[in-house]
Write a protein that binds this ligand. Structure first.
Ligand code: ADP
Ligand code: MG
Length: 398
């Protein structure tokens, strides 16, 4: 049987990371009752560890003896998976480490990756389906985007968002204590479902917060630069003079940083020469910007229906002049991906992307959280003051 299983490429030894803090905080029980018995029946040896704090999964994977395992499986939301990817890419042996198969079994509030994996196969995003996928050992490649911000570097496998949606999402993070999953509140807020149903907590703070965001629609000033993927060259305006484009500064800052500090040993990001590329730009104000690596950002949101796991491109959705009335409709359509044909929605694929919140457009943007894979990587108000935080780039993979 073992030989046969080997021939199928099925895993025999798995390192399992359980986040007891994920979602409704029942990952531990779910693992014991629903997942462990299936893995045992499939004759898989499991080494199990529970995360004790934020970044614990990243610390563990940075020093894990990878030779002992056929894969790392996260019983969590997307957050722990992202930590694992960052842990692996920050290792000295990142080039081999990143080849270790990764799996996710959905136990969080944000399960965009599992949903993106299971949905095209027509499978429901469920714990048993994800567990069976792990047991079968089916694998597919996944692009990693490198997000650079001054000297900071972050590896993203899901998305980067800026504007209305990032603000509501992150601010609603504070309301975990309400006991209901964050995205339920988030749904209610973002989509203004009070129009069609009875909200459970009509006067709750996150509800008011989101309503306020939509009613007093905030505009986010700034501009974006991008290198279009083939077929998307007509979007935006050409960036005429390379002189006007401080991408150089960003990269030289990176170089200075590594010269004065201990050079980090992990993956340095793709080597892209800025000069040879055909950058184009779009100027705000914006309502929201999504940069997605996979189609789903959560189980019930598919902002980037055309996104592919490993096409070397990031899918960008830009909303600029959208009236409030149309905004609600657009958000609702995002649950099945039909928003992409709306007149206020710009959808394109890029090889590289740069975000400049509030710069050179007159006034700095107030607020405006930038969120990559659930991590707040910048806030518009800070970034407008401090040139160190001014620029962001997300490159597609090398
Ligand atoms: P969710 O989808 O519900 O947000 P995730 O698995 O993505 O669930 O985890 C959310 C965050 O919880 C991650 O940023 C992770 O670092 C953090 N985390 C992991 N273990 C713990 C813990 N023991 N206590 C608090 N936070 C934790
Ligand atoms: Mg892609």
């Amino acid at each position: 049987l073992r030989d046969y299983m080997d021939s199928l490429g099925r895993p025999k030894n798995l390192f399992i990371i359980v986040n007891p803090f994920s979602g409704k905080k029942c990952a531990r029980t779910v693992f014991k009752k629903e997942i462990k018995p299936l893995l045992a029946a499939a004759d898989i040896n499991c080494t199990i560890i529970e995360t004790k704090h934020r970044n614990h999964a990243q610390e563990i994977t940075k020093s894990l003896d990878l030779l002992k395992y056929d894969g790392i499986v996260c019983v969590s939301g997307d957050g722990v998976l992202v930590e694992v990817v960052n842990g692996l890419l920050n290792r000295e042996d990142w080039a081999t480490a990143i080849k270790v198969p990764l799996g996710v079994i959905p136990a969080g509030t944000g399960n965009g990756m599992v949903k993106s994996l299971l949905d095209p196969a027509g499978d429901l995003c469920s714990i048993p389906n994800a567990t069976f996928a792990v047991i079968r050992g089916h694998k597919r490649s996944l692009d990693v985007a490198t997000v650079l911000q001054g000297e900071k570097k972050f590896f993203s496998v899901l998305l980067l968002i800026w504007g209305l949606v990032a603000d509501v999402d992150i601010e609603s993070e504070k309301y975990r204590w309400m006991g209901s999953p964050r995205f339920d509140i988030y749904d209610l807020c973002r989509f203004g479902l009070q129009l069609v149903g009875e909200p459970t907590h009509p006067t709750s703070s996150p509800f008011k917060l989101a309503l306020l965001r939509i009613v007093k629609l905030r505009k986010y000033h700034g501009r974006v630069h991008f290198v279009p993927a083939p077929g998307y060259e007509a979007y935006g305006e050409p960036v005429k003079q390379v002189d006007n484009f401080d991408g150089h500064i960003l990269l030289s800052k990176q170089d200075q940083g590594s010269a004065t500090k201990v050079k980090s040993c992990g993956y340095q990001g793709p080597e892209i020469s800025l000069e040879g590329l055909e950058w184009r730009s779009i100027v705000g104000p914006f309502v929201s910007i999504w940069v997605n690596n996979v189609p789903f950002s959560a189980e019930n949101y598919i902002p980037a229906p055309k996104a592919k796991f490993s096409d070397g491109c990031l899918d960008v959705i830009i909303v600029r002049n959208c009236p409030r009335s149309a905004l609600l409709g657009m958000m609702l359509k995002m649950s099945d991906g039909s928003h992409v044909t709306l007149p206020h929605v710009m959808y394109l694929k890029v090889k590289a992307f740069r975000l400049e919140p509030g710069t050179r457009v007159g006034h700095p943007t107030k607020g405006g959280i930038i969120d990559s894979d659930g991590e707040v990587i910048a806030r518009g108000d800070e970034s407008a003051e401090n040139s160190e935080h001014k620029y962001l780039m997300a490159y597609g993979p090398p």
